[in-house]
Write a protein that binds this ligand. Sequence first.
Ligand code: E4P
Length: 220
Amino acid sequence: MELYLDTANVAEVERLARIFPLQGVTTNPSIIAAGAESIWDVLPRLQAAVGKEGRLFAQVMSRETCGMVDEAQKLVAHVPGIVVKIPVTSAGLAAIKQLTALGIPTLGTAVYSAAQGLLAALAGAAYVAPYVNRVDAQGGDGIRMVQELQALLELHAPDSKILAASFKTPRQALDCLLAGCESITLPLDVAQQFLAAPAVEAAIVKFEEDWQKAFGRLSL
Ligand code: E4P
């Protein structure tokens, strides 16, 4: 599987890359805007943080097919190997087709239904990003969408993979992985929650207390 962080916080990526088996970093316009640093400055820094083998994702801003293709080419020229995120609209699907023909890898983003995700995959997107929590938040079932999309891709577009996105809890992410999707991207707070169960710290404290009582020290 592939694990990504959904952030543009370079210091946190450097720190967590030492802890997690990270494949890279995903961003979106809101994430870049929150960092208040130019996209052209922060993307190379993020690439350095995940290393040469790490994969970086950044999104176009244009709403038109021509503009999306143009911005995608600028992103690739600036950060070779970057995967370009394209919102799955009519214009986006046309852009994904053109970029695929040009050999530029894309991720179909802002996916709110299995049907929309399937279209992105059929257009040639290497990755498709269903928005799990955003679907849940509007009364839908994000995990069910991922399950359906996973089954559809396996049947009809096996060259594309799901990069499940928009998580608020570790449970949502685990359910996506159990549904068979190969990659997930976690915001920093959810990534931290994978290790932050209070019971873990309590168990370690009890080991220390017992050891200290018996041997008067905290080393072996
Ligand atoms: C992924 O493509 C999206 O940028 C992101 O995961 C959305 O997450 P949010 O719903 O927490 O903003």
